[in-house]
Design a protein around this ligand. Structure first.
Ligand code: NDP
Length: 248
């Protein structure tokens, strides 16, 4: 069912070609927003997300932009503004998970993780808020790992998500006076390409799920939809954990 409460709004979702980002793009479009998604390695899947939105009568476009390439991210924001006339909702979803034991993490992996998961978030936010009016929304996708690190080898990943959580907190003070809210959704184990239900991580974290199952991308998208809505105007600076009780 569609509430259409985002009618007339424009959303920019990074990493919208697959998994959680694709679910967010479809949900925001279903709620009435025009949606620009970025992608890097999956052009066909990005096109399929755009097609699925258009078939339902929505407006969408896919823009190739490596989140780890600041110039490409800035150009993608400019392109989305050109196509749809502005940006009202930014969802910083694109993320990768490189890592390993602390003494084996390479400098190349470290640099790539910082580029995609941290610099990509900073640059997309800086560029998007230049176009945002009062009522705007910045929503980061963090991770429940910042609250409870359930297994080893994820220190680099958690470092990047902790940076996003810190950015979220302080940005609230910069953007509050402009009527823009800033929040982070921290998913717990969610069935995606990155962390498939039944995959190696699920063997470790599965038994810790209070509700007895993995999350679905649509269940993260529904939290993002709420934060995007006019009803969430008083919610800013929040870290909303959506994890099936994994870190409870
Ligand atoms: P997936 O790996 O399943 O999908 C990642 C998405 O991000 C794809 O659309 C991919 O697009 C895009 N992406 C990856 N790298 C880049 C890049 N350099 N530039 C642009 N887009 C990129 O991940 P999830 O959906 O599982 O994760 C989404 C977010 O949620 C991430 O930030 C992740 O850290 C976070 N998260 C996930 C959890 C989980 O259990 N699944 C738990 C907690 C947090 P393409 O293929 O086109 O490159």
């Amino acid at each position: 069912m569609s509430s259409q409460n985002l009618q007339g709004r424009v959303a920019f979702v990074t990493g919208g070609s697959r998994s959680i980002g694709a679910a967010i793009a479809k949900r925001l479009a279903n709620d009435g927003a025009a949606v620009a998604i970025t992608y890097h390695g999956s052009p066909e899947r990005a096109a399929a997300v755009v097609d699925a939105i258009k078939v339902e009568g929505g407006r969408a476009a896919a823009i190739r932009a490596d989140a780890g390439d600041a110039t490409a991210v800035r150009a993608a924001v400019t392109e989305a503004v050109r196509m749809f006339g502005g940006i009202d909702i930014l969802v910083n979803n694109a993320g990768i998970a490189l890592g390993g034991p602390i003494d084996e993490i390479t400098e190349a992996d470290y640099n790539r993780m910082i580029a995609v998961n941290v610099t990509g978030v900073f640059v997309a936010t800086q560029e998007a808020v230049r176009h945002m009016k009062s009522g705007g929304r910045v929503i980061h996708i963090g991770s429940s790992m910042v609250r409870y690190a359930a297994f080893p080898t994820a220190s680099l990943y958690t470092l990047t998500k902790g940076a996003v959580a810190g950015f979220n907190r302080s940005l609230v003070r910069d953007l509050g006076p402009r009527g823009i809210t800033v929040n982070t959704v921290h998913p717990g184990p969610t069935d995606t390409d990155m962390n498939p239900d039944g995959g190696p991580v699920s063997k470790i974290v599965g038994p810790g799920m209070a509700i007895g199952r993995y999350g679905k991308p649509e269940e993260i998208a529904s939290v993002v939809a709420y934060l995007s809505s006019p009803e969430a105007a008083f919610v800013t600076g929040a870290d909303i954990v959506a994890d099936g009780g994994f870190t409870a």
